[in-house]
Design a protein around this ligand. Structure first.
Ligand SMILES: NC(=O)C1=CN([C@@H]2O[C@H](COP(=O)(O)OP(=O)(O)OC[C@H]3O[C@@H](n4cnc5c(N)ncnc54)[C@H](OP(=O)(O)O)[C@@H]3O)[C@@H](O)[C@H]2O)C=CC1
Ligand SMILES: CC(=O)[C@@H](O)[C@H](O)COP(=O)(O)O
Ligand SMILES: [Mn+2]
Length: 386
């Protein structure tokens, strides 16, 4: 069995660290040849000393200088900027690129990896939200294998037969830290409360998305592009235990679900090893201990409007999902760092969508331009509110 070489984008984040854990516990199966992150040079340097990649990249120029000095003895080149991160994504010796940068910043390097014909293990759902049709065209043009890492999409991927046989997809949602709460109870919630996900340990942005239910909205759009079903055939059900990771109902009424502990090392390992399997240190499910798996209807949009905003953007098509995504990133950052009230996150998104002409996404440049413009508009709206 040959060793699979990996380029890991977003290596310092929650997915990145779990990817390294799976790779390092299977040294006969995987070797990391490139590491890329934003600015956390200290962690990248530690990881580089452990993994001995051929190249390291940091988006931030100053952080790259620090890493260069710290890695001089190992003679590992340190690239910088979006070009450097994209070069690491497309490194010739890498067979697979793990796309785990958070947010819109992940799109350009992931496209670079596709164009270099790397297999893609995709955690960065924002790529598909922003540029779904164009992204899937690139995948087809370069005949690249695309394997989802997002737990729900990994679940569907594992039970996937043919799209034409599917009656519907059922994405499970934990409900996040505010499950069951009504709008009035969410007025004064703090970033600390919103970051306290009940089941998963994740980065800050996706944790807030889970709290607003935007994460599930982004996942509906992601599922649409990955599995080819229209929004009417993509349902969301709340499953507070996060053990059933999602389901496919086929036309004959059979429902196939995938289960596992809420630990991202499983879907990461699935993507890394596919079509084979590899071992992880994820504990077995203790079913008698779990005893009960429960399901609830998705929340009222009056309490959690973000899920419906995402369905609407998917139905509108064109640049609407890219604008939704950009406005959401701005609003989440403002909630975390600038005192934007939690309940105004959907308002910022809605008002940004209303303020911009939402044309067709004919090429990737249109998507990047819409992302740029939407950020400016959303920032202005945030400043008006704060
Ligand atoms: N965490 C999870 O369990 C899941 C995550 N996902 C998706 O995976 C992606 C990553 O999430 P998560 O790991 O939680 O996020 P984190 O915030 O934990 O990590 C983000 C990573 O992206 C890097 N980064 C940020 N900006 C840039 C940039 N401009 N150029 C290069 N690297 C950059 C960060 O580097 P630095 O540390 O230097 O800032 C860090 O390595 C997201 O799209 C998320 O939606 C999907 C399913 C589950
Ligand atoms: C682990 C993972 O895939 C996350 O996207 C997770 O689904 C977040 O939980 P929510 O179901 O609360 O959004
Ligand atoms: Mn998910």
């Amino acid at each position: 069995m040959s060793v699979k070489t990996l380029s890991v984008l977003g290596c310092t984040g929650s997915i990145g660290v779990n990817t390294l854990d799976v790779a390092l516990s299977n040294p006969d199966r995987f070797r990391i040849v490139a590491l890329a992150a934003g600015s956390n040079w200290r962690r990248v340097v530690e990881q580089a000393r452990q993994c001995r990649p051929e190249v390291v990249a940091l988006f931030d120029e100053e952080a790259a200088d620090q890493a260069r000095a710290a890695l001089a003895d190992l003679k590992i080149p340190v690239l910088s900027g979006v070009e450097g991160v994209s070069e690491a994504a497309a490194l010739e010796s890498a067979r697979m690129t793990v796309s785990a940068i958070v947010g819109a910043a992940g799109l350009a390097p992931t496209i670079a990896a596709i164009r270099a014909r790397k297999d893609i293990a995709l955690a960065n759902k924002e790529c598909l939200v922003m540029a779904g049709a164009l992204f899937m065209e690139e995948i087809a043009r370069y005949q690249v294998r695309l394997i989802p890492v997002d737990s729900e999409h990994s679940a569907i991927f594992q039970v996937f037969q043919q799209t034409r046989w599917m009656r519907r997809l059922v994405l499970t949602a934990s409900g996040g830290p505010f499950r069951g709460k009504r709008r009035g109870e969410l007025v004064n919630v703090t970033p600390e409360q919103a970051l306290a996900h009940p089941n998963w340990s994740m980065g800050r942005k996706i944790s807030i998305d889970s709290a607003t239910m935007m994460n599930k909205g982004l996942e509906v759009i992601e599922a649409h592009w990955l599995f080819g079903l229209p929004p009417e055939q993509i349902d969301v059900v709340v499953h507070p235990q996060s053990i059933v990771h999602s389901m496919v109902e086929y036309m004959d009424g059979s429902v196939l679900a995938q289960m596992g502990a809420p630990d991202m090392r499983t879907p990461i390992a699935v993507a890394m090893a596919w079509p084979e399997r590899t071992q992880t240190n994820v504990p077995s499910l203790d079913l008698p201990q779990l005893a009960k798996l429960t399901f609830e209807a998705r929340p009222d949009p009056a309490d959690f409007p973000c899920l419906e905003l995402a369905y609407d953007a998917l139905r509108r098509g064109g640049l609407a999902p890219a604008v939704l995504n950009a406005a959401n990133e701005v609003a989440v950052a403002a909630f975390l760092d600038a005192g934007l009230p939690f309940l105004t996150i959907p308002k910022v998104i809605d008002r940004t969508l209303d303020s911009l002409p939402l044309g067709a996404a004919a090429q990737l440049e249109d998507v990047f331009a819409a992302d740029h413009q939407a950020r400016k508009v959303a920032q202005r709206i945030v400043e008006e509110i704060c």
